[in-house]
Design a protein around this ligand. Structure first.
Ligand code: ZN
Length: 430
């Protein structure tokens, strides 16, 4: 009987049992115990922050330091008894929070903002999603600052497309990280968080178009109709991308009923999950294909002509490889579909999707910078000098338009007529 209750164990931490001493090694200290009956649920709970799991004898060392420094350092005793928010399994959270083939590790569907921040230090099914975009934000920031010290972004208009691109590759992983952190505050906040995530991604696609339009465009297409309208079409694509991806989450039907305006929220994601996924994938694939057409053409000319690819083109090809992998991971939900519940915390497709996207962006950045440096003289000679309106102006206009789209989709969600909508969703959806 006791063994059966060990299906969903509870992590008790180092030294939880008197039978196991700290000196007996890390492996012996990891003890999995059945959840207590009073809690009423059999769920895996990590009582300590994730960094203590990775740090060998981390908690033991922390306790030792506190004891030694008592009187001198006066660390708060609460630090030793840090309790992180409880986690839930898939059947305990409303439908809108459930992820395909992720069985456990869900945060409370109405977490406070502080709980959300704390949860990023706790092992749950969003932790790696948060960090796989938070850490790369600082990597891209570091690269951006390094470029700032070598380039004159203020006065040299040739660098403006790169400036826009670098800004956006810092913004999109940061927005995604915030969206994953605060998505468990309520059903509405979850949708709004991901609206911003989609908006940042679609702006990133605009950043790609601006940098490709000025630096990556094949020689024979420079000053063509496509080249002259490339950024304008990309602005339209970014609006399409944000609108379609927001629509894939929620469609809003406003109808007049008995002389009053009533808001009817229809969650496409819940009613038609496959259609929602197809819409969202399409929303991002369309701008990607448009942005990448000049690059495809350049690669084809190079490989068919038997030419040797430049360093820039090699980086672009690696980026394309990772872009396809990213798309595959986003749509396939592998490996968790093969073994539901096995990859809840580490290794599920969304984490791999984040990593693949970031690695792809790194190669893309290298390719863009290499093209920008190596083609400067030729591009400036042929009159392809970037304008303020075509770079920073296009970004400002797109930010305003995308925020307006997000506002249109978010307003009815914020317009809550009754409190406790998460529970209402839960009852309605189950
Ligand atoms: Zn994500």
């Amino acid at each position: 009987m006791e063994e059966k209750r060990r299906v969903f164990p509870v992590w008790r931490g180092i030294g939880a049992s008197s039978a196991v001493g700290w000196s007996q090694g890390w492996g012996r200290c990891l003890r999995w115990e059945p959840g207590s009956q009073e809690r009423g649920s059999r769920i895996p709970v990590f009582d300590y922050p994730v960094w203590l799991l990775f740090c060998r004898r981390g908690r033991a060392r922390l306790r030792e330091v506190c004891q030694r420094g008592r009187g001198a350092i006066r660390l708060p005793t609460d630090l030793l008894n840090l309790k992180l928010p409880q986690l839930f399994d898939i059947h305990q959270v409303p439908m809108v929070f459930r992820e395909d083939s992720i069985i456990s590790g869900y945060r409370h569907p109405q977490s406070s903002a502080m709980d959300c921040v704390l949860s990023s230090f706790q092992m749950n099914n969003e932790t790696i999603n948060i960090w796989t975009h938070f850490l790369p934000t600082w990597y891209f920031m570091w690269r951006f600052l390094a470029l700032c010290s070598t380039m004159n972004f203020l006065n040299d208009s040739y660098t403006w497309p790169l400036l826009v691109y670098m800004l956006l590759i810092c913004i999109y992983p940061f927005t995604s990280s915030c969206a994953h952190t605060f998505s468990s505050m309520s059903a509405e906040s979850r949708h709004i968080c991901y609206f911003f995530d989609y908006g940042a991604l679609s702006l990133y696609s605009l950043g790609c178009a601006i940098s490709y339009g000025y630096y990556v465009m094949p020689d024979c297409w420079v000053n063509s109709w496509l080249h002259q309208h490339f950024v304008l079409i990309a602005i339209g694509n970014s609006l399409f991308c944000t609108s379609m991806s927001c629509y894939s989450s929620v469609s809003l039907l406003l109808s007049f009923q008995t002389n009053s305006l009533k808001t009817d929220k229809r969650f496409v994601e819940l009613q038609f999950p496959k259609r929602s996924k197809a819409l969202r994938t399409g929303a991002f694939v369309v701008p990607f294909i448009f942005d990448t057409v000049p690059l495809f053409y350049r690669a084809l000319i190079c490989f068919w002509g038997g030419g040797t690819p430049s360093d820039a083109l090699s980086s672009h090809c690696y980026h394309l490889l990772f872009a396809f992998l990213t798309c595959f991971l986003f749509t396939a939900h592998l490996p968790e579909r093969l073994a539901p519940g096995r990859f809840d915390y580490i290794g599920h497709s969304h984490q791999l999707f984040h990593i693949s996207a970031v690695v792809g962006t790194h190669f893309q950045m290298e390719g863009v910078v290499a093209d920008m440096m190596s083609r400067r003289a030729w591009l400036q000679l042929h009159g392809a000098t970037p304008s303020f309106l075509g770079t920073i102006g296009a970004l400002a206009v797109s930010v305003a338009l995308n925020l307006a789209v997000i506002g249109i989709f978010s307003a009815p969600l914020l317009w809550k007529s009754r409190p406790g909508s998460a529970q209402q969703h839960a009852h309605r959806e189950q």
